[in-house]
Design a protein around this ligand. Structure first.
Ligand code: ZN
Length: 290
């Protein structure tokens, strides 16, 4: 995700100019005023349209003019090994993604209970890891994230021994167990990170469902992805995979589980599953084993 996507800003500008070109003469015809009135009305309509169409990018621009909260940076440094390993310039880019995420999505406990800043930063960092390599990759514009203190059950009962650590809903919130989220970052090499898992599902959201072929992977890439997934799921079934068993549930879970392993065990994936590793390098625009 990039602060400004030039192509989108240019598209907004072109559309705004079109609105101005139509609205200016129309306003002057209706009010029976002269050409200078048409120019002024058209320019106002174009400017207003541009602000409305580009509001997301303008909001990000204003947000990032201020300094980062030192507590956010300290949490990234202490808890997020992906961030720690980056060059200083790349760290700034990662921080920008984290700050935009924190500003644009709501993160709260059940019944809107406040959660700690550290937890919020870990939620945002999960998404930032996925978005880091590609400027055209982004999440839905507003996600509600509900953080339960522990795991939970099918009835959304919070229990230390609950079986569910996280859930992504196509038309609802992303739910995360705070304990699992913290452990996911504390044990960065075990191939499990509930934050990465659930936000990978959100990248895979196609209309109202998760189909295992993330948006942005289409045509030839999508076709070879489908046969790759088929083979890799069979490999999990034969216990010949570094991916955990849950990845064989269906294509959507495979993508989420493979994404966790890609970021947490990249060298093992590159060695044992080179085709899968290459496909994910291409999709995420990153080479974490390098
Ligand atoms: Zn899942």
């Amino acid at each position: 995700m990039k602060l400004f996507r030039r192509r989108e800003v240019e598209q907004s500008a072109a559309l705004a100019l079109l609105v101005g070109a139509i609205m200016g003469p129309a306003a002057s015809a209706v009010t029976q005023r002269d050409a200078s009135y048409a120019i002024a009305a058209g320019a106002s309509a174009a400017a207003l349209s541009f602000v409305v169409l580009s509001r997301r990018w303008l909001r990000r621009y204003w947000l990032l003019r201020s300094e980062i909260d030192p507590a956010v940076r300290a949490t990234l440094e202490r808890r997020v090994s992906f961030y720690r390993k980056l060059e200083p310039e790349k760290k700034l880019e990662f921080e920008r993604n984290v700050r935009c995420f924190l500003a644009e999505h709501t993160i709260a406990g059940p019944k809107q209970r406040e959660v700690s800043l550290e937890t919020k930063v870990l939620v945002a960092a999960s998404a930032a890891v996925l978005l880091f390599g590609r400027e055209d990759l982004d999440l839905p514009s507003r996600i509600d994230i509900v953080v339960y203190p522990e795991a939970f059950t099918d009835e959304y009962e919070v229990k230390r021994k609950g079986e569910i650590l996280g859930q992504a809903h196509a038309q609802g919130p992303v739910i995360l167990s705070e304990r699992a989220l913290v452990e996911g970052f504390a044990r960065a090499g075990d191939g499990q990170n509930v934050g990465i898992h659930e936000f990978a599902h959100m990248l895979d959201l196609e209309g109202a469902r998760f189909d295992g072929t993330p948006s942005g992977m289409d045509g030839h890439a999508a076709r070879s992805w489908a046969s790759l997934v088929h083979n890799e799921i069979a490999r999990i079934g034969r216990h010949k995979s570094i991916l955990r068993q849950y990845g064989a549930t269906n294509e959507a879970e495979f993508f989420a589980v493979a994404s966790e392993a890609f970021f947490e065990r990249p060298s093992a994936m590159k060695e044992k599953h080179p085709d899968l590793y290459r496909a994910l390098c291409e999709f995420y625009g990153q080479d974490p084993a390098a």
